[in-house]
Ligand binder design. Structure first.
Ligand code: BGC
Length: 475
C-alpha cells in the first residue's frame, strides 16, 4: 500500500461510527434532552427551546398568509394560500443575503429584510389601508437559536452558520423586524416567530394526508439537514419542566397538553463526550464565530463537510502525501488555501463519480478549486469524501433515534408508523445521505423494525408553509 493509501485508510477508520458509538450517542441525547427540558442552567447543554406552538395542523387549515424566512444564504418572502385540503399555493421572492450584511449591524440587516418585504407586498398584493386591523399577518421563520416566551417574541441566543452580528444577540428579533417594517411603512404585522424545523414539522403535518394512500403515520419530527442541522418535535407539557408554572396552568386550562420543542440539536454534545473529534474538527471549530457551540452541526451539516475535507487536504499536502507539485502551502491554488471555499456540492459530485479515472472529479476540482490532480490523488479524495459524508449521515441518525426512543413513539399504538418531515440541501440532494442515515438508524436502539416503520419525507417549502401555519395560530 502506498503512503497515501495508508493515510486515507487511517482517516476512514478514524471517521467510522460504530454501532456502539451510535447507541451511546442516543443514550446521551436522551439524557441531555431531559436536562435541557428541565432547565437552561447549562449554557453548553442542549437548548430544548419551548416554541409556544401547541397545535399540529390537520390539513384542513385555510387562509392566505405572508411568510418570511431567514436562515442561510437567502431571504425568502412568500405568500401562502392554504386550501384546507392538505394542499397549498405559494408565490415567493428569493433574495440572496449580501455577505457584508451577515456580519454588519442589526439595523442594516433588518432594514434590508424589511425593504424586501415591502417590494413583495407592493408587487403581489393590492394596496391596503395601514390601520392595524387590515395589516397583513406575517409568520417569520428565523433559523437560529432563539429563546421564546410567546409565539410572537424571541431573544437571539447566538448566531450560527457564519452569521455574526453581535448587536442583535440578546434582542427580541420580532421587535427589531417590526421596528424596521414600521419605519418603512410596510403594512405588515409579524404575528409569529418560528424556527425552520418547527415550520418543517407543521408543513409536513399539513401536507402529509395528501399523498396517495393517505397518512403514513403521525408526523413526529421536523428536521433540517442543510447548511445547518436541527430538529423539532411535540413534547408533553408535563415533561417541559422549565416552563413557568403560570404558563403551564393557563395552557392546561385551555386543554393544551403538548408544545413543540425546538431542540437545537446542532448543539448536541458540545462537551464532546461521544462525538468524534479529529484534529480536522478542531481546526474547523477554530474558524467559526460560535467556537465550542454547535459541535454536532459542525460534523454533520452542509456548511462544514467541504471545510473538513479542505483541512485534510492541506494536512496531507504538508505531509508530502499529495499535490507534490506545489512545494509549499503558499504555492497551493488560492481557493484551496481559503477557508469555506470548498462547497459540499463539490463533495456530492465526487461522492458518486464512477467515470473512468474519475474524469468528472478531475473536472470538478479544476473548475471549483483550480486544482489539477492525478488519478491516485482523485481516488484518495473520493475516499476521504465518502468517509466524511458517511460519518455525517451516521451521526445524523442519533438525534432522530433519540427523539423516537425518548417519546416512546413506536409504542403508542398497534403497528405504529412514524412520519418525519425533512428539508435542507444535504438531505435532499447529497447522494446516499438518506440511505446511509437509514442504515445507521437500524443500528440504533430503534433497530431494523423501527427503521422500517419510519417514513422520512421531504417537506418542500417547509419554512414558508410552516410560518404561514404559525401565523394562523398567532393571528
Ligand atoms: C440553527 C437552527 C436551525 C438550523 C437549520 C442551526 O444552525 O441553530 O436554529 O434550525 O441551523 O437551519
Amino acid at each position: 500500500m502506498t503512503e497515501l493509501k495508508a493515510a486515507v485508510a487511517e482517516i476512514a477508520e478514524q471517521f467510522a461510527v460504530s454501532q456502539e458509538k451510535l447507541q451511546q450517542g442516543v443514550d446521551l441525547f436522551i439524557e441531555l434532552a431531559d436536562r435541557g427540558l428541565a432547565s437552561d442552567e447549562d449554557v453548553h447543554g442542549l437548548p430544548m427551546i419551548p416554541t409556544y406552538v401547541n397545535t399540529i395542523p390537520t390539513g384542513s387549515e385555510r387562509g392566505i398568509y405572508l411568510a418570511a424566512d431567514l436562515g442561510g444564504t437567502n431571504f425568502r418572502v412568500c405568500s401562502v394560500t392554504l386550501a384546507g385540503d392538505h394542499t397549498f399555493k405559494l408565490v415567493q421572492s428569493k433574495n440572496p443575503i449580501p455577505v457584508d450584511l451577515m456580519s454588519g449591524s442589526g439595523e442594516e440587516l433588518f432594514s434590508y429584510l424589511a425593504s424586501k418585504v415591502a417590494s413583495f407586498v407592493t408587487e403581489h398584493h393590492e394596496a391596503k389601508e395601514t390601520d392595524e386591523k387590515s395589516k397583513f399577518k406575517l409568520g417569520f421563520t428565523f433559523s437560529f437559536p432563539v429563546t421564546q416566551s410567546s409565539l410572537n417574541s424571541g431573544t437571539l441566543l447566538r448566531w450560527t452558520k457564519g452569521f455574526d452580528i453581535p448587536d442583535l444577540v440578546g434582542k427580541d428579533i420580532v421587535s427589531v423586524f417590526q421596528g424596521q417594517l414600521d419605519k418603512q411603512n410596510v403594512p405588515v404585522d409579524v404575528v409569529a416567530l418560528a424556527n425552520d424545523t418547527v415550520g418543517t414539522l407543521l408543513s409536513r403535518a399539513y401536507s402529509s394526508g395528501a399523498v396517495a394512500g393517505g397518512k403514513q403515520g403521525d408526523t413526529l419530527i421536523g428536521a433540517i439537514f442543510g447548511t445547518g442541522t436541527n430538529g423539532a418535535y411535540p413534547e408533553d407539557i408535563d415533561n417541559i419542566k422549565k416552563l413557568p408554572a403560570d404558563v403551564v396552568k393557563s395552557l392546561k386550562a385551555k386543554g393544551v397538553t403538548q408544545m413543540v420543542v425546538n431542540t437545537e440539536w446542532g448543539s448536541f454534545d458540545n462537551k464532546l463526550q461521544v462525538l468524534p473529534n479529529s484534529k480536522y474538527d478542531v481546526a474547523v471549530d477554530a474558524l467559526t464565530s460560535n467556537k465550542g457551540y454547535h459541535m454536532f452541526e459542525k460534523r454533520v451539516s452542509g456548511m462544514f463537510l467541504g471545510e473538513i475535507l479542505r483541512q485534510i487536504l492541506i494536512d496531507f499536502h504538508q505531509k508530502g502525501l499529495i499535490l507534490r507539485q506545489y512545494p509549499t502551502f503558499d504555492k497551493l491554488p488560492h481557493r484551496l488555501r481559503t477557508p469555506w471555499e470548498l462547497d459540499s456540492e463539490v463533495l456530492s459530485l465526487m461522492e458518486i463519480d464512477d467515470s473512468s479515472s474519475l474524469k468528472a472529479t478531475e473536472l470538478t476540482l479544476k473548475q471549483n478549486l483550480r486544482l489539477p490532480t492525478t488519478e491516485e490523488e482523485r481516488l484518495a479524495i473520493q475516499d476521504l469524501t465518502r468517509a466524511i459524508s458517511k460519518r455525517a449521515a451516521y451521526l445524523a441518525a442519533i438525534p432522530l433515534a433519540g427523539i423516537l426512543v425518548k417519546t416512546g413513539a413506536f409504542e403508542k399504538g398497534v403497528h405504529k408508523e412514524i412520519d418525519v418531515g425533512v428539508d435542507g440541501s444535504v438531505v435532499e440532494f447529497y447522494p446516499g445521505f438518506r440511505a446511509m442515515m437509514r442504515d445507521a438508524l437500524a443500528l440504533t436502539q430503534i433497530g431494523d423494525k423501527g427503521e422500517r416503520r419510519l417514513h422520512i419525507n421531504i417537506a418542500k417549502d417547509g419554512s414558508g408553509v410552516g410560518a404561514a401555519l404559525c401565523a394562523l395560530d398567532g393571528a
